[in-house]
Design a protein around this ligand. Structure first.
Ligand SMILES: [Zn+2]
Length: 308
């Protein structure tokens, strides 16, 4: 299999869609975006930006068609398609403001990422670290200033990363290419193993057991893979020389990682996982064992982790 083709994209239509589904980031970008956001009708909460892949969406009509196709299966997306049809004149105003106010910063973030991707080679690093090949023939990286999350991937070889310079430490950490590539490609590779993490019966049993013992936590289904992706993105950033492990832990400790226990178990076992004779056939096997070790120890800490 040849190397994947990498492309970096600006995408005003995707930024508009982010504004439509989440008004939150608009406040910190500029009053013109907030004003436009206020003139948009409310979007159903079930419509999430990660529900759509963007590789085939080139213009407004494509976006409406893609949302309509989702609407065949889901009523909320159906009403979103109608909202999008009604919002086209607002998109034209948005585009004028986007070109003036958002494009310069998004384009410079993209240039930085392109250069860092070339010099640091984070995709090679994560494939080596996870002992697994990236499964798609393309990887499209979208710079999206209005992205309400740090970064996410709808799968299928696309990653979206916020490029608005938010002042908080977590953003500064995550908007570096080794980190968001490390994090999102780890999600992709866990779902490409066979069985995929979310379809693995041992993982389902683990989540059930966890939820039974700690019913107040919504944590396990999403939290277990998240901790693994945090640990792996650190490994990639250290491997590519983009950030020292201690620097990252200092910036994020007490915030996202207030409870580092599972994260620390993953880090402690990592060198063993790296050895070809480690006995773990895939990252998923390793992660499930780490989560079992966590669960058989003290379990989640804090009030939300009180046992049933
Ligand atoms: Zn994640």
């Amino acid at each position: 299999m040849s190397e994947p083709e990498i492309s970096f994209r600006l995408n005003p239509l995707l930024d508009f869609f982010h504004l439509l589904v989440s008004r939150e980031p608009a406040r910190s970008v500029g009053r013109w975006v907030a004003r436009l956001g206020d003139s948009l009708p409310p979007c159903p909460a079930e419509v999430r930006p990660e529900g759509l892949g963007w590789r085939d969406i080139g213009d407004y009509a494509d976006l409406v068609r893609a949302v309509e196709a989702e609407g065949e299966r889901n009523e909320s997306w159906h009403s979103c398609a109608q909202m999008l049809r009604d919002s086209e004149p607002i998109y034209r105003k948005f585009l004028a403001g986007w070109r003036e106010e958002l494009k310069p910063a998004a384009a410079s973030a993209l240039e930085e990422w392109r250069e860092d991707f070339r010099s640091r080679r984070p995709l090679e690093s994560i494939q080596r670290l996870l002992r697994k090949r990236y499964p798609y023939d393309t990887l499209i990286i979208h710079s999206t200033p209005l992205n309400p999350t740090m970064s996410y991937s709808p799968g299928l070889g696309e990653i979206f990363c916020g490029s608005e310079k938010r002042p908080d430490g977590a953003w500064r950490v995550l908007a570096r290419i080794s980190l968001f590539i490390g994090h999102e490609v780890c999600h992709i590779l866990m779902e490409e193993a066979s069985p995929t993490l979310l379809s693995d019966l041992r993982f389902a049993e683990l989540v059930n057991r966890w939820q039974h013992e700690y019913p107040a936590l919504e944590y396990p289904r999403y939290g277990i893979p998240e901790e693994c992706c945090h640990a792996v993105m650190n490994r990639v950033a250290v491997d590519t020389g983009e950030m020292a492990y201690t620097e990252m832990k200092k910036m994020m400790g007490g915030g996202l990682w207030a409870d580092c226990t599972l994260y620390d178990i993953i880090q402690a076992g990592w060198d063993d996982f790296q050895r070809n004779d480690s006995g773990w056939a895939s990252i998923n096997d390793f992660l499930i064992d780490c989560a079992l070790e966590f669960l058989s120890g003290s379990g989640p800490s804090g009030a939300a982790g009180e046992k049933a």
